[in-house]
Design a protein around this ligand. Sequence first.
Ligand SMILES: [Zn+2]
Length: 295
Amino acid sequence: MTTGILADDFGCFYGKKLKYFARGVFSGHDPTAHGEVSERMDAGWIGISAVRRALAWTGDLIVPPVCIACREALSAHHALCADCWRDVSFIRSPLCDRMGIPLPFDTGVTTVSAAALAEPPDYDRARAAAHFAGTARRMVHGLKYSDRQEVRVLLGTWLQTAGHDLLGDTHLIIPVPMSRRRLFWRTFNQAAILAHEIGRRTGLPVSVSTLRRRRATRPQVGLTRAQRRDNMEGAFAIAKRKRVRIEGQNILLIDDVITTGATVNACARALKRAGAHRVDVLAVAMVAGEVPLTP
Ligand SMILES: [Zn+2]
């Protein structure tokens, strides 16, 4: 997009905003309510609505909306441009009920993949919104390494959709913790940001202090399953005074991306040893291909 087109688009956009705002404030009419406003309209409603619109309009002037992945100019906040949407590879049904990885065809019943049967994970069910590639990868990296917290709202929508089945059974949301050293340098835990977003949307409680990371671990990629398990052994622990909070409870672990699954497996083991009834996992993205149903 050239600068000239950008300027024209913004001019047009803010012109519409101004007209919209003026109609709302001075006529008391809300053009978005599709003719049903008059019955609900009272002085308080008009006042709150007008203030809300004024704040949104002022906010757009200060921080114009852009695509949260590539920063192309858009007409709304917390959104992706058409090109970036096309570059998202969502993980869709049919899925392995345990690992959440895509299956080649729908059997019509709840199905577990050969991979999950051969090496059952320590968690009960995992779900991820998208494959870890393209726009999803850029957004996860933006949140993780560049503190791009504006992706939180859209990723929250993706998580809520992908985790629909899990959220109904959840008692407590827990993010995958970061080591204190890494947290010191990064200053935030992206999994905790996502966990709080899901908690805000669902009303479910979130605990960031129940599960602790006792030590940093080396990267899992390239290790065998046994090596990954050794690498993660003892890496997570439950705070003693928090044990009572998870005993008999269904826990939903939140992470940004599931790569080998070793980290969330280790978290699930620690939580179950401490008495959790179920541990499900919900992530923005997953490294997963389509897998066969039989070994
Ligand atoms: Zn874009």
